[in-house]
Design a protein around this ligand. Structure first.
Ligand code: DQA
Length: 137
């Protein structure tokens, strides 16, 4: 199976960024462990701080891959365009968040991704990504 993890803005700083909320592991460290654990899966990773680049990547893989694990970060709460992209492609998208966005500020309770996602996993730290991957297996 071909699965792509997409991380949105500021998630390149994982490990350094607000560790009390997002943990102290870098995404690269975590990704290496996960690749090791799911050797049979063709796992790839893309991160961008640019909305259009995230959309371009979804178009690129969205008609051939088996699954996309998407943490659109703050764009989750603002981007009609990424929400439309989830709807436009054929590959199912599982929305993930590291933190429990519902226990945080009100503006994080709204998601443009959820209505068209296959499912949503949030609040389990980096394990949210792993749960999303296993949902495609
Ligand atoms: C996040 C939650 C978002 O509200 C926030 O803007 C992020 C990360 C999470 O993974 O918990 O950047 O998507």
């Amino acid at each position: 199976k071909k699965i792509l993890i997409i991380n949105g803005p500021n998630l390149n700083l994982l490990g350094k960024r607000e560790p009390a909320i997002y943990g102290s592991l870098t995404f690269t460290e975590f990704f290496e462990t996960v690749k090791e654990r799911y050797k049979t899966v063709e796992l790839s990773y893309f991160q961008s701080n640019v909305e259009g680049e995230i959309i371009d990547k979804m178009h690129e893989v969205g008609f051939s891959f088996d699954g996309i694990v998407l943490n659109a970060a703050a764009y989750t709460h603002t981007s009609v365009a990424i929400g439309d992209a989830v709807k436009a492609i054929e590959t199912p998208v599982v929305e993930v968040h590291i933190s429990n966005t519902f226990s945080r500020e009100e503006f994080r309770h709204q998601s443009f991704i959820s209505p068209n996602a296959k499912g949503v996993i949030l609040g389990f730290g980096l394990q949210s990504y792993e749960l999303a991957i296993t949902s495609f297996l």
